[in-house]
Design a binder for this molecule. Sequence first.
Ligand code: FAD
Length: 488
Amino acid sequence: KIHLMWFRQDLRLIDNQALTAAVEDKDAQTVAIYIHTEAQWDKHETSMGARAFVARQLQSLDAELRELNIPFYVLESTDFKASLKLLNSFVQMHHVHALFFNKQYEVNELARDKEVHQWINEIDCLAYIADFDDSVLVPPMKVLTQQGEMYKVFTPFRNAFLKVLTEQHLRVSKAPDKKAENVFVLDGQFESLVISCKDLVQYYEKNTCQSILENLPKVSETEAINSLRVFCTEHAAKYDEVRNFPYQDKTSRLSAYLVHGLLSPRQCVRRLMMVHPNVFNEPKSGAFCWLNELIWREFYKHLIVAFPFLCKHQPMIEWTKNIEWRNDMSLFDAWKEGKTGYPIVDAAMRQLNQTGWMHNRLRMVVASFLVKDLLIDWRLGESYFMSKLVDGDLAANNGGWQWAASTGCDAAPYFRIFNPTSQSEKFDEEGHFIRKYVPELAKLSSSTIHEPFAKNAPFGLNYPKPIVEHKRMREQTLAAYEKAKSFG
Ligand code: FAD
């Protein structure tokens, strides 16, 4: 009896609900696969950094599964459609009795999985399919208003969410035990489709720039768990005080691990509770503040399930479809390259381009700048982020962009517009972060660095003048939003 574990964005052994279920039946042999769909990654604009990260983790998973005597194959396909065909014949050729996977909530992924569920009636050997809400603390559509609808505002969602979360038992399951050695014969037709993890790593590393590779989080499940442990014991207590200062870099840096499934959110909360047992009763604590961020993650995942159009480039607030964007591509290029003449924006964009990660405060600042200072459609920014972030995630990225553009849930009113210079003065007061990523400004004093040309920049400073004037653009943006709103 073959149980097939289909790995997707859940690349770990510990607390993997589908894997735990797959190995439970001692009479069954568990076989695991991962289907590499590069064309789908292209369609989803998955960054090279993310691909290299996933490839490295597949290599690590491969070694760990081998230790457990669980055969594991990374199979080559193109896109989701082709991957379904491959999976279907894999199931039939190997007489798979049961198929196990963890759910993904994006529109294309849901459509793919819906088709898989239909196989129950079509493939004789397949007795059942088991899928799990493994990437979330609480399954989508389980936290609803009294009218039975998804919340559109974060705070009431969080309060209701906490109630559900504390009522359920948060269990973290162990990695599977080592299996007895058992021969599994791969059908000949699949042999040519098996990719070696080493080759996959080499392929993506060759296509990823060196600075991104050097900055990737260390890849393995053990590294992910270590980072979580260190963060919870050393930094969580003060998270509320330090999380907004990019130069201090004291957030957990767990995002890529969570996105690609090297860690589960349950592990995060269990570890947090172990170190801070009163976290749920201390809403003013640093630990609770961090828990709150994990709930933002859930909020955005629940939202894309309740409102699938969010996955299709649609805003949450209808009238914002009427905004007339200026979409000046030369300004967009300057933003992408970190050459806007606004030091904090440029430092942040260069951090993204060089490392594949950006601090949350800066994600808010640069997103607001693109949309409200350059009047460029938020969707262009959203897609640029996906193409660069190692932790790129449709739900969180879309949520963040729509929040910044005031087109989404819990929108700050559109007339509240970040001033990039005051953000810089407030969150990088001494200019340390700017100096790190904009070396042209390294010699400027902390009073000049936030706005060099307003304060007698040194002669010959090799740095662009501001590409727009914040005050003027603020007015233009407000007018564009008001006009759009008046159309209804
Ligand atoms: P921590 O501060 O330590 O937070 C812990 C975890 O909580 C994070 O790892 C993440 O999983 C979750 N989290 C924290 N803040 C948020 C948030 N605002 N929304 C959703 N989840 C959150 N996060 C992504 O994981 N992928 C993205 O593609 C992404 N795009 C973003 C785009 C914009 C415009 C904005 C404003 C935010 C975006 N975020 C995204 C959220 C947030 O910036 C990152 O999760 C965070 O910076 C990751 O760093 P960390 O792991 O040190 O976070």
